[in-house]
Design a protein around this ligand. Sequence first.
Ligand code: LLP
Length: 427
Amino acid sequence: MGEGLLAPTISSSDSAAGISAVTLETIAAEVGTPTYVYNAAAVRGQYGSLISSLQAVPHRIHYSMKANSSHAILSLLRELGAGVDIVSGGELFRALRAGFRGRDIVFSGVGKTRTELREALTAGILMVNVEGEGELYLLNEIAGELGLVAPIALRVNPEVTVDTPHPYTRTGERGLKFGIAYDEAIPVGRLALSLPNIRLRGLDMHIGSQVSSLEPYRAGTERLLQLYEKLRLEGANDIAYLDIGGGLAVTYDDEKATDVEAFAAAIHGVIQNVPLTLILEPGRFLVGNAGLLLTRVLYRKRSGGREYIITDAGMNDLLRPSHYNAYHHIESVRPTGVRGVFDVVGPVCESGDFFALGRSMDAAEPDDLLTIRSAGAYGFCMSSTYNSRPRAAEVIVDGDRWAVATEREEYADLTGHELTELAWRDV
Ligand code: LLP
């Protein structure tokens, strides 16, 4: 995990840190723990910095809602003017519920079902980012049944080298399951042009997540433009969008966040002479450092020379450390100045249930409150009820007020869909 003995400095982009200790204590007292706490100002700040960097580039921001699909966050981003990037029928349902219109939505994903495609076309979405021939035929058929023409982008694997902190978050390298293999993009494009109920509106890529370097974006965008030129020669006259995905990086520890000014300049350099609107699908960049997980220390314990801090949040609440070995900064809400080296672990019955290993940090005692930082993206939305632990609550803070955004689940929610009387059927 690359943790030094010194506590890392939290960058100013971690505005969730701006929520006062008093507010966090009030939230813990009134809502309980574990609770996700989001700072609306931090989301606004990130959104604002992105759009002001992109002023010279015709663009649309489609927030990748898989990062955090809670209604309060969706509403906030809708008010700011964002559209959304969805990956399932469930996300479409949430997006429409939050007030996004069909034309605010693009639909990505490697395995879209017939039902999901039908729902998306019925909602009149901007584009389906198609991943292959099979999906194209299916979409053509469904569009025909609905008496519609399906607007699509071809999601192409640009086959560029990408460096991300974990291999699971790379998507734009050769041989991965995502996108149309680069050398098949032209034949698939020809197919799209030949199908009566398909309209080719865009080209799309997504290279990975937490990508701070600009080069793979520049190289990938150039490769999309080469396809654009070739497809135009094949009669593709309706291409209006160039979707270059999400993946912009934030700071968790001491890594470099994406310099959005430099990012925008690099992309502008590549696309300035083509009449295309840029689409970006940022997720983590907009919400990652706008949220924290508030948890209470249950116990301290010593075992085999290790010092443990046991919290009431577990890997079911925040999976990232366990699943990706991801670093999340951890701080006491009221630091005492007494420090030590600890494993911060949850109550789940798995040795992989940890938030930090061998971490130099405040020596928190039972009943103390801790914040697990940079948990606004891929936190709550990846949580589960493993060990039959009801999901945490979510709270949003906006200036001098705060509100519960999602109530804590109750035990009855755990069994809501389980049948105690089984309706047996003959085999
Ligand atoms: N667009 C597409 C097609 C994607 O697959 C993703 C993320 C995004 C946009 C947004 O990426 P972002 O801007 O948030 O990096 N659970 C992992 C991250 C998985 C990302 C999957 N795709 C994590 O916790 O790090």
